[in-house]
Design a protein around this ligand. Structure first.
Ligand code: ADP
Length: 618
């Protein structure tokens, strides 16, 4: 039977709205009308008529385009009815668009988990009028349209259908929403765990919001597992951890803290007990106070907390740290407790040792200073007697006078050495215990070195050694004059002492990238390699200087002076050729030199040789 060729006997409503043709057109010329319809509409009509060939009642969801051009989802039902021996076809179409229209509103409803996207809608008769792709996939269907028009019951096994009918839908009527877990049935008949939410729609429709419970179960299990790991970690560390919400009781006390404080540890999943003991104990009053401070200021607090229990004593370092939620709200205060008993003991011991070392150092300084001064008094009186004796020598017979003069000469040498030793011990002692405090004066470097060289010329007058000085002009540097003088004199005196007659000792003052410096170079005996490492140690003298008087303190003094000024000292040496000591300081200086003046200064009797020294002699 080709229904399209039959006469339409009655059309109610406005078919043009759904199918784009008027009631009159439909009734007059159904075949032509069908032909002129948009593709959607013709397919829909033919689909229904096709099914009517094999069954008497057809309910089908189709898409059709109305006169206004809008494509709508229609639920078409058609039925063959026998009246007076004639078979009539009764058809109706119902727009399901209301289901789509309510979707955004549904999505906003609080009782629907918007994170789950699988959605279906049934009408008052329990027929699926909307079924989205996610929901289709959940139930193993390829297309959502395969399900529209069917009863929701095909999606569930009998037990679940019973549950929905007897529990879920009545619950839904009572509260407007229902949520539960049941078995869903896939297209292939296999079952799965479904987490289902139902929400009522106006007009007794229902929104079905499903999701695979197994995925949620896995996620929940994962969460539980990682949480368990987290608590296990907190229990495994050797730091006490206590956590409580602001203004609330302790929610967590780890095993370490529980053992220290004799508490029942608090399982975060159980009501707090041990933490309560802690709050109530007056010993912990300072904790409470600091916890309140952290909660009100949001700032971390660290303090030491001495604690006694069962005859044992501890010192704990307590750190109260605020815990903030993602939205910035201060939610909990976490207390971290470290056992620092041993550490504090060692710190106290180290402090005591340092104090004692300082005291010993101070005692040593005072002792050396006292002894040196005590030496000076008898030394001065021996020098006085020596002077008187030397005056009397002239009154003795010539022979006696000669031998007496010899003895007095030896005595004079020994006195000089002893005096130098006492002076150097005193100076070194002072240097050992001095650190830069006051800002040091700016000194005109050229003037400073020229005067020193002049002074030295007088003292080395007996030796035919040329002291040569190379200076850049116009620069000042800040240093301690007395200390720098001591360093310089020791270096120059060594240069003179360990050089042969008629050689040169060259002093060069210079500006260097780090600041300024000076070098003292001689053409003397040099320093054996074996002695070089110990050269700056007090009292160390090299193996090749026997017969030359010295104390072994000069270079130790130079080193202390360099340290005092934060400078550096280096030397180069070659046996039988000479040595050069270079001192460099990073003191501020001004202004930049614009020329280099060379002023040779000569020891008396020396030949005038204006040589500018720019390189070491070897
Ligand atoms: P000393 O009073 O013996 O000169 P110093 O501390 O000044 O003591 O020097 C330590 C040692 O370093 C000296 O004894 C000497 O062996 C060696 N020394 C220092 N300067 C020179 C130098 N310019 N030439 C050779 N040896 C030197």
């Amino acid at each position: 039977m080709d229904w399209a060729r039959r006469k339409i006997v009655y059309v109610s409503g406005s078919p043009e709205k759904f199918f784009g043709v008027s009631r009159e057109e439909f009734c007059k010329e159904p075949t032509a009308c069908l032909r002129s319809m948009p593709d959607y509409n013709r397919a829909a009509m033919l689909g229904v008529s096709q099914e009517l060939k094999t069954q008497r009642r057809v309910i089908k969801v189709v898409r059709a385009q109305g006169q206004d051009g809008v494509l709508r989802t229609l639920r078409c039902s058609a039925q063959l009815v026998d009246i007076d021996g004639r078979t009539l076809l009764c058809g109706s179409a119902l727009s399901l668009d209301h289901a789509e229209a309510v979707m955004p509103a549904i999505a906003r409803r609080r009782d629907i988990d918007t994170a789950r996207e699988a959605l279906a809608v049934t009408d008052a008769e329990g027929i699926l009028t909307y079924f989205n792709q996610e929901q289709a996939a959940l139930f193993g269907y390829d297309h959502a349209t395969e399900l529209v028009g069917q009863s929701w019951r095909i999606l569930y096994p009998p037990d679940a259908v019973h549950l929905i009918e007897t529990v879920a839908i009545p619950g839904l009527s009572a509260r407007g929403a229902w949520r539960g877990r049941l078995m869903g049935k896939r297209r292939d008949g296999s079952l799965f765990d479904e987490e289902l939410s139902l929400s009522r729609l106006p007009g007794d429709g229902i929104v079905w919001n499903g999701g695979s419970a197994s995925e949620e179960k896995t996620a929940a299990e994962r969460l539980i597992h990682s949480e368990a790991l987290f608590w296990a970690l907190l229990n495994a560390v050797d730091t006490g951890v206590l956590i409580r919400p602001v203004g609330g009781a302790y929610e967590f006390v780890n095993t370490v803290a529980a053992n220290w404080f004799g508490l029942d540890s608090v399982d975060p999943t159980q009501p707090a007990t041990g933490g309560k003991q802690l709050i109530d104990d007056p010993i912990f009053a300072s904790w409470e106070e600091s916890g309140r401070k952290v909660a009100s200021t949001g700032e971390r607090l660290i303090f030491d907390f001495p604690f006694k229990r069962g005859g044992k004593e501890w010192i704990f370092e307590v750190q109260k740290t605020p815990l903030f939620l993602i939205n910035g709200e201060l939610s909990h205060v976490c207390t971290l407790v470290r056992d620092v008993t041993q550490q504090r003991l060692l710190e106290r011991q180290a402090e005591a040792t340092a104090r004692r070392t300082m005291e010993y150092g101070e005692m040593q300084r005072e002792f050396i200073s006292m002894v040196s001064h005590e030496f000076r008094t008898p030394l001065t009186s021996i020098q006085g007697t020596h002077y008187l004796l030397s005056k009397k020598v002239g009154q003795l017979p010539v022979e006696q006078a000669n031998s007496m003069e010899k003895l007095l000469g030896l005595q004079n040498e020994a006195l000089k050495n002893l005096k130098e030793l006492v002076d150097q011990v005193l100076l070194l002692n002072r240097l050992e215990h001095s650190a830069p405090g006051e800002p040091m004066p700016q000194v005109g470097v050229a003037d400073f070195f020229s005067k020193l060289i002049d002074g030295l010329n007088v003292s080395v007058a007996h030796k035919r050694i040329l002291l040569e000085l190379a200076l850049p002009e116009n620069f000042t540097a800040s240093f301690d004059v007395a200390k720098m003088r001591a360093a310089f004199e020791n270096l120059v005196s060594n240069g003179l002492k360990y050089s042969a007659d008629d050689t040169k000792v060259r002093v060069k003052v210079m500006l260097v990238p780090q600041g300024w410096g000076f070098s003292v170079a001689d053409c003397g005996r040099g320093i054996p390699e074996a002695d070089q490492a110990k050269l700056f140690q007090p009292f160390h003298r090299a193996g090749n200087v026997q017969g030359v008087a010295g104390t072994g303190l000069g270079l130790a003094i130079v080193r202390r002076v360099v340290d005092y000024h934060g400078g550096s000292i280096t030397f180069t040496t070659a046996l039988g050729k000479g040595s050069e000591f270079l001192l460099v300081f990073s003191s501020p200086q001004s202004p930049e030199p614009d020329s280099v003046a060379i002023s040779p200064v000569l020891g008396s009797g020396a030949i005038k040789l204006p040589i500018a020294m720019t390189r070491p002699p070897f």
